[in-house]
Write a protein that binds this ligand. Structure first.
Ligand code: PAF
Length: 294
């Protein structure tokens, strides 16, 4: 069920569209020198986004959220056009969370006429999601670098659900010497374990029931790891076995990788990232868990 705005008496957030109006709104937000936390989104907000907004609120007195469906991170043929855009509902949800400022730029505010600059993080961008979605992370890095330059927040909040995205953006901020602290919020799940995602709304009833395979597969791998299994091949096989019971789920990848380099592991010796992607009907879903050696 999509979240409903909570009926809480809060000051309505300021809203900005153009860069000028964003800068004016930020100047008044910062008038007392308070720290600003930023949550970039593509809208179609769910509890996962709202949990990031709550973490952001606890981390800084001022919270800015952007809503921008970034065309650059969608390949031709992907779901850019049909990506859900329930703007009025998103605004109400953010108002109920006490967000100070919502930035809803137009494409030309983020990509000015004549734009030619792209941000590419070598080594991390072309594996896993990047191998299935070439150019995706260049689109993500390019937009997030611009959003950060415009908002100039003290803190940036990202979700662990796209662990690769979080890693790449952490690297980008460090490499570009951006004066922002990057923090990750945990993946939020539906009651049956399905990771929350705006793309879950594409699923039919039958597909929604089978989409639970992703988290079930990860749970099987997690149990094996806890029992001492260290072979990446056997962990992947356990996930595949779990998926065999879900004919509507089509594997894209099952990966057991080093969480810092994303290089595949043969054996899990210390930390690992277990990441999966699968097509379920019209949706391509991802999920993961970080394994931390004790
Ligand atoms: O995770 C997302 O929603 C997007 O990739 C982001 C970070 C808002 C950039 O468009």
């Amino acid at each position: 069920m999509p979240p409903r705005p909570r009926p809480r008496a809060r000051k309505r957030p300021a809203r900005a569209r153009s860069l000028d109006s964003l800068r004016r709104a930020l100047a008044s937000l910062r008038a007392r020198g308070e720290r600003v936390a930023f949550v970039p989104t593509m809208g179609a907000l769910h509890e996962g986004h709202l949990s990031l907004v709550r973490l952001a609120r606890r981390s800084a007195p001022r919270v800015v959220v952007s809503i921008f469906v970034n065309p650059l991170q969608f390949a031709p043929g992907e779901d850019f056009r049909r990506y859900p855009r329930p703007l009025a509902r998103d605004r109400a949800l953010l108002a109920a969370e006490g967000v100070d400022l919502i930035w809803e730029p137009r494409v030309e505010d983020v990509y000015p006429k004549g734009d030619r600059t792209r941000v590419y993080v070598e080594g991390l961008s072309d594996v896993l999601e990047g191998s299935s979605r070439p150019g995706h992370y260049t689109g993500v890095c390019t937009v997030v670098a611009r959003l950060l330059n415009a908002v100039q927040p003290d803190l940036l909040w990202l979700g662990q659900k796209d662990a690769q995205q979080a890693l790449i953006l952490e690297r980008m901020c460090a490499d570009l010497l951006l004066p922002v602290e990057v923090r990750r919020g945990p993946t939020l799940r539906e009651e049956d374990g399905l990771a929350m995602s705006s793309r879950n709304s594409y699923l039919s009833h039958a597909e929604r029931q089978q989409a639970v395979a992703l988290s079930q597969g990860l749970a099987a791998a997690w149990i094996l790891l806890r029992e001492g299994e260290r072979s990446a091949q056997r962990l992947a096989a356990a996930i595949r076995r779990e998926w065999d019971g879900y004919p509507l789920v089509r594997e894209d990848y099952i990966a057991i990788v080093d969480p810092a380099s994303l290089e595949p592991l043969q054996r899990v010796r210390g930390h690992a990232l277990v990441a999966v992607a699968a097509h379920v009907g019209p949706a391509r879903l991802i999920d993961n868990f970080p394994w931390r050696a004790r």
